[in-house]
Ligand binder design. Sequence first.
Ligand SMILES: *Cc1c(COP(=O)(O)O)cnc(C)c1O
Length: 404
Amino acid sequence: MKLPIYMDYNATTPMDPRVVEAMMPYMTTKFGNAASRNHSFGWEAEEGVEHAREQVAAAINASSKEIIWTSGATESNNIAIKGVANMYKDKGNHIISQVIEHKAVIDPCKYLEQNGFEVTFLPVDKHGMVSAEQVREAMTDKTILVSLMHGNNEIGSINPIKDIGRLCKEKGVLFHTDCCQTFAKIPIDVEDMGIDLLSASGHKIYGPKGVGALYVRRKKPRVRCEPIVHGGGHERGMRSGTMNVPGIVGMGKAAELCVQNQAEEIAKITRMRDRLKDGLFNRLDEIFLNGHPTQRIPNNLNISFLYVEGESLMMGFSDIAVSSGSACTSASLEPSYVLKALGLGDDLAHSSIRFSIGRFTTEEEIDYTIERVCVAVEKLREMSPLYEMAQEGIDLKTVQWAHH
Ligand SMILES: *Cc1c(COP(=O)(O)O)cnc(C)c1O
């Protein structure tokens, strides 16, 4: 087993060697500009791009004409949200989203708020989910767009996308979903789920960084987005600029590989995730799973280790790469806005760690991680007077702390 161990697959994934192999020719011999129409170098590049478009479309039951290439899911989200808002502003100025979206959805929504739009950020339940009923209640005759993510990147919960999509169809409101964590990895069907716009990224599916896709429905209804980047009119006018051919070819190959082996990969990763979860829960007390217990993406485990501070815990096993629930800034240690939105107190939010595994995770790595994490937690708790008091049966909520 090689150290350090990578358990941060929700942040990014290593490229699959088969993806690198597929990209290689497009960086060397097939280097043409996909927009060059009058020679074979251009045609060859275009062929690569169009094949990848089909591979990505096939992963979500879309037509290849409905796929727009972007620089990543951040850009896809921006085009979907700002593009729809600007195109349909005569119809209404109201957008519905939720508080635990990725910043790549929240920030474009906030930008629109400063520019005459109204955004309802729905609260989430204790598992980090919204319901179609909540969306229905928030809708007004001014609502033009609902943007709600599929799988959450921090806590892994999966929203009831199909119920929400069907509601949007019934109401004639466009529905966008950020599927970065689920695209090609769990079944998605844009027809069955009533999705009008969908964002995906290359580097979350064992493909390259700096490439993404946006699905834009062409029929029932035909959705239009005003561009953010102008110039040249590529990608049906929605995204100008010379295409990142190697990146696109890589994302297509990555999507195809995920889909080909989807069921087996879900089963394998779920088994490993459960092994990690059981290993930790069997040995440690006072630890809590964040996110929904079953409605979650297979590869994510977000756990709060009460009486232990997440950042200190991470330092206790520096040969394992994970994420903590606190964004460490120089001035303060702010707990994650996602965990806070679930109703977690600062103590639980500050003690959370996100483990995310993937295609190249081994059982050996899981077992090593269980041992390292348990030892680190036990060590820190040995030094914790609060943990000691709790062990003695003192209810910490009733303790009168001295103020100075
Ligand atoms: C990673 C991620 C993004 C950003 O994707 P990029 O391709 O890195 O811009 C957006 N949303 C979610 C849910 C993500 O996990």
